[in-house]
Design a protein around this ligand. Structure first.
Ligand SMILES: C[S@@+](CC[C@H](N)C(=O)[O-])C[C@H]1O[C@@H](n2cnc3c(N)ncnc32)[C@H](O)[C@@H]1O
Length: 460
C-alpha cells in the first residue's frame, strides 16, 4: 500500500463522505534559504524525488515557519533509503555552501479530499482488482461508460467527478448500445444538474447542443478537420447527415466553398445547426439547411442543385482559366447505416439527361461514405479495409468498384473499425437505370464503445 494513498477506510465506499479522506502524512523536507531555491532546483536534478503535483495544492517548495526559509518537499516513497538522502543532501550542500549542515526533517501535513486526484480516489474506493478511469467530457457534461463490475460504484464515481473535474456540472451514464435513428445516447443522470444544453469548441468554432437530443462525438474532431481540408473555394459541399454541423461549419468558414447544403433527419440537429450557424457568425445564405431522409436529399435536392449550378456555369460568359475546377463532395457520416444510401446515387440524374447534354463541363462527384467494418472472429488488420470496400461494392452493384480511397477513422472496439470510404461516382452511374427499391434495411443496434478501465479520455 502506497504511503500517499487515501486512507484504507474509504475502500468500498458507495456514498461520498469527504471527511473519510482526511489523512496525516509525514513528508521528508530539507529547509533552505528562500533565495537559494531557484539555483538548487535548477542545478540539482531533484524532480523525480520531490512530491510533484499529485497532491495539489501541496508543492515541491513550501514556506517554512521561519522567515526567509523554504522547504524542499520530498515524496516519502522516493527517498526512503538513508544513502540516497545523504547523496541528495551532499548535492544540495555543494550548491549552497554556506557552512551550514543540510538536515532532513519531517513536515506533518493533513491531506483532505481536495488533495487527492481522481485516479487515486477511484483506486482507493474500488475493491482491489477493479479499476475505473475512463470518461468523456462534453462541455459541462461528463459521460461515463461502466464495465459491469464497476456499476455498483457508479454513483460515488459520479459524485467524485462532479467534485473534482473543472467545469463539470452534470454526470451521466450513457447506454452502451445506440438503438435510435438519430444516434443520440440514452442518458441516466448520476450526479449534478439535469441540464443537457451545453457548448464546446472544436477547430476554433463554437458548438451548442442539447446533448440528450443530438449526436456529438469529439473523438471525430480530427476526421472533421481532415474532410474539411479536402475542400477549396470552388467545392460544392453536401452533408447528408450533418448533425449539428461539425463538417459544414468549419468547411464554410475556413474553405469558403462555392456552395454548402446540409441535411439531417433529426429536427433537433437542424435546430442546433441553425443556432451554431448564427453563433459562429456565418450568414444564413452561406448554408442551405434541410430536414429529411438522406436518400431523398440525394435524389432530389442534391441532383437538382448540381444540375442548376452546372447549367449556370455552362451559360456563364466569364471564363477564368486560373479558377480551380469545381468538384462535388457528398459527406454521409452515419456509419451504422450510410452504405444503404449509396444506391440512391444510381440514376439520380436520369431525369436530367436532356439538360446534361447541354452542359459542357461536368463536375467530378466524390462521395464520403462512413461505415463500420466488423468481424465476429479475430482477423488480420487488412481484412477490415477489404470488408469496407466490399460493403460499398455490394451496395453500388456496378461492374467495377467506385471506391477510390479507404481511410481508417478509428478503432471503435475490438474487431470493429470505422472507415471513411471515398467513392468517385461516374456519370454513367448517375444516369443508369435506378435500382429497384429495396425493402428498408433496419437500423442495427450499435455498440458505442467498449468500457475501458485503462485510459483516461477527455474531450475538452
Ligand atoms: C453519427 S451522426 C453524425 C453527425 C455529424 N455528421 C457528426 O459528425 O457529428 C449521424 C447523423 O445522421 C442523422 N441521421 C440518421 N438517419 C438519417 C437519415 N435517414 N437521413 C439523414 N440523416 C440521418 C442522425 O440524426 C445524426 O445526426
Amino acid at each position: 500500500m502506497s504511503l500517499l494513498q487515501p486512507p484504507e477506510a474509504v475502500r468500498g465506499m458507495t456514498k461520498l463522505d469527504k471527511e473519510a479522506f482526511r489523512l496525516t502524512v509525514d513528508l521528508p523536507v530539507i529547509e533552505i534559504e528562500a533565495s537559494d531555491v531557484g539555483s538548487v532546483t535548477r542545478r540539482v536534478r531533484l524532480e523525480s524525488f520531490l512530491i510533484g503535483h499529485k497532491l495539489r495544492p501541496l508543492k515541491n517548495t513550501m514556506d517554512s515557519e521561519k522567515e526567509g526559509k523554504k522547504y524542499l518537499v520530498f515524496n516519502p516513497e522516493k527517498v526512503e533509503q538513508d544513502t540516497l538522502r545523504e547523496k541528495i543532501g551532499a548535492l544540495i550542500k555543494r550548491e549552497i555552501d554556506d557552512g551550514q549542515p543540510i538536515n532532513w526533517t519531517t513536515l506533518s501535513k493533513e491531506l483532505t479530499f481536495d488533495n487527492w486526484d481522481t485516479k487515486s480516489i477511484f483506486k482507493a474506493i474500488l475493491p482491489v482488482g477493479i479499476e475505473y478511469s475512463s470518461y468523456t467530457q462534453t462541455g459541462h457534461i461528463i459521460h461515463c461508460n461502466f464495465a459491469d463490475e464497476v456499476l455498483p460504484f457508479r454513483h460515488i464515481i459520479a459524485e467524485v467527478l462532479l467534485n473534482k473535474v473543472k467545469n463539470c456540472k452534470t454526470v451521466v451514464q450513457k447506454g452502451n448500445i445506440i438503438t435510435n435513428v438519430y444516434r443520440n445516447l440514452d442518458l441516466e443522470l448520476l450526479a449534478g444538474e439535469e441540464n443537457y444544453e451545453t457548448e464546446i469548441k472544436e477547430s476554433g468554432l463554437r458548438f451548442k447542443m442539447d446533448f440528450s437530443k443530438v449526436y456529438w462525438n469529439s473523438r471525430l474532431s480530427h476526421e472533421h478537420e481532415r474532410v474539411a481540408g479536402l475542400f477549396n473555394n470552388q467545392s460544392i459541399v453536401y452533408d447528408a447527415c450533418c448533425g449539428i454541423g461539425p463538417f459544414v461549419l468549419p468547411a464554410t468558414l475556413k474553405k469558403k466553398p462555392r456552395r454548402v447544403m446540409a441535411n439531417d433527419l433529426n429536427p433537433e440537429s437542424v435546430k442546433w445547426l441553425k443556432v451554431n450557424v448564427a453563433l459562429n457568425k456565418i450568414k444564413d445564405d452561406k448554408i442551405e439547411i434541410h430536414n429529411m431522409d438522406a436518400k431523398q436529399f440525394i435524389k432530389e435536392n442534391i441532383a437538382n442543385d448540381v444540375i442548376r449550378l452546372m447549367k449556370e456555369e455552362s451559360g456563364s460568359e466569364d471564363f477564368d482559366e486560373n479558377k480551380l475546377e469545381s468538384e462535388i463532395h457528398v459527406v454521409m457520416n452515419l456509419p451504422a447505416y450510410a452504405v444503404n444510401f449509396l444506391p440512391a446515387f444510381r440514376g439520380a440524374l436520369k431525369n436530367f439527361e436532356t439538360e446534361l447534354k447541354e452542359i459542357n463541363k461536368k463536375w467530378k462527384w466524390n462521395v464520403y461514405c462512413y461505415l463500420f467494418a466488423k468481424s465476429q472472429v479475430d482477423v488480420p488488420d487488412e481484412w477490415y479495409e477489404e470488408e469496407a470496400r466490399r460493403m460499398c461494392d455490394e451496395k453500388t452493384k456496378w461492374d467495377k468498384s467506385l471506391v477510390v480511397n479507404c481511410h481508417n477513422v478509428r478503432t471503435v472496439s475490438s474487431r470493429k473499425e470505422m472507415f471513411c470510404v471515398q467513392l468517385e461516382v461516374p456519370y454513367e452511374y448517375l444516369l443508369a437505370e435506378p435500382l429497384p427499391e429495396e425493402p428498408e434495411v433496419p437500423f442495427e443496434p450499435e455498440e458505442v464503445e467498449e468500457p475501458s478501465c485503462k485510459k483516461m479520455k477527455m474531450d475538452n
